[in-house]
Design a protein around this ligand. Structure first.
Ligand code: UD1
Length: 342
């Protein structure tokens, strides 16, 4: 049974690819656009292999409105899930115009085309980065946002504002903003996972690359935070759990439930884990040692943040279900697969 066609921008990326799989398995038809600037076409084949379903894929940059317009004419989309964006915090500080241009123009093009073609539902990938260093923990969706530290973070805040204003202005337009905490892991099939370019920015790919021997040691950024063990605390969410949150968001839009035209949900586990705890948990879950050294704090990092996920539980009926151990083992299996290690 087909439930409708969804345009997934950035669908060859880490979160986009896992979401495409979950959508197809839930009965949606998926059309992926991706410029492959930080992903590979082989991911599309992997999605087709996992789901036993051919996937419509277009190599399109979402800043190219004409190319997108053709797709809106060609396919009758019922909704858009907009992932396509640059996401490296440090790079955004060095090249802010690239980030504002790409992340904001893509979104504006998508929204304009949605209004023009009367595609009235959008799910947007936002981030816990909008909370900055929060004054209260855990953060709820009502926790005030703080000025972001990086142009990347600012694009997420601006994008939320652009979508909120649009949902207010254009009758019938509905949006769900999902604020992701720290996604990690890989698909249990072992066919898709995170593909960081060059030196990873994020913690878990750094841990797995160190464990597999590509990197000599892991640097733990900061041992003097006001946390029980001195390292920073985050809320690490399994990427398949996260992908499933998009499916329930889609179901909510389809069924017309919803308290306002633009809703926001935290997508995390509700549990804070320190960097040191995560490293030790990885070692226990996989039996592999990770050499590490505690170094200076990384500029722009917040000390601690984790989610209150009760709104997603109550309204979407969504909760993270996978254990940290299970997800760390999936991340490790993926890293070994990438490196051809048994
Ligand atoms: C960052 C962004 C977030 C974005 C996410 C995914 C900010 C403030 N954060 O999250 O918006 O959605 O990336 O790209 O904009 N760490 C180490 N050693 C390492 C790498 C990381 O100790 O080699 C530590 C970090 O200092 C941090 C934790 O691990 O305390 C998680 O870091 P990371 O995976 O980069 O995610 P965030 O910075 O939380």
């Amino acid at each position: 049974m087909e439930k409708g066609t969804i345009l997934v921008t950035g669908g060859a990326g880490f979160i986009g690819s896992h979401t495409a799989v979950e959508l197809i398995e839930a009965g949606y038809r998926v059309v992926i656009v991706d410029d492959l600037s930080n992903s590979q076409e082989s991911v599309i084949e992997a999605i087709a292999e996992i789901t036993h379903t051919p996937v419509d894929f277009y190599e399109v940059d979402c800043t190219d409105k004409e190319a997108l317009n053709e797709l809106f004419f060609k396919h009758k989309f019922n909704a858009v899930i907009h992932f396509a964006a640059f996401k490296a915090v440090g790079e955004s500080v060095e090249n802010p115009l690239m980030y504002y241009h790409n992340n904001l123009l893509s979104l504006i093009n998508i929204l304009e085309l949605m209004v023009e073609h009367e595609v009235m539902n959008i799910v947007f990938s936002s981030s816990a980065t909008v909370y900055g260093e929060p004054d209260e923990l855990p953060v709820t969706e009502a926790t005030p946002t703080k000025p972001a530290h990086s142009p990347y973070g600012k694009t997420k805040q601006m994008a939320e504002d652009i979508i909120r204003d649009s949902a207010r202005a254009y009758p019938g337009l509905r949006a769900i903003l999902l604020r992701y905490f720290n996604p990690f892991g890989a698909h249990p099939s072992g066919l898709i996972g995170e593909l960081p370019r060059g030196v990873p920015n994020n913690l878990v790919p750094f841990i797995t690359q160190t464990a597999v021997g590509i990197r000599k040691e892991l640097s733990i950024f900061g041992g003097d935070y006001h946390t029980p063990d001195g390292s920073a605390i985050r809320d690490y969410i399994d990427v398949v759990d996260l992908a499933q949150a998009h499916v329930v968001a889609m179901e909510r839009m389809r069924s017309g439930v919803g308290k306002s035209a633009c809703e926001v949900f935290n997508i995390g586990t509700g549990q804070g884990l320190s960097v040191l705890e995560l490293v030790h948990q990885f070692e226990r879950a996989t039996g592999v040692k990770v050499p590490y050294r505690v170094v200076e704090r990384r500029a722009g990092d917040v000390e601690q943040i984790w989610a209150d996920t009760s709104l997603a539980a109550n309204e979407l009926g969504w909760k993270a279900t996978r254990s940290t151990d299970q997800t760390l083992r999936a991340a490790w299996a993926w890293e070994k697969h990438l490196r051809g290690v048994k």
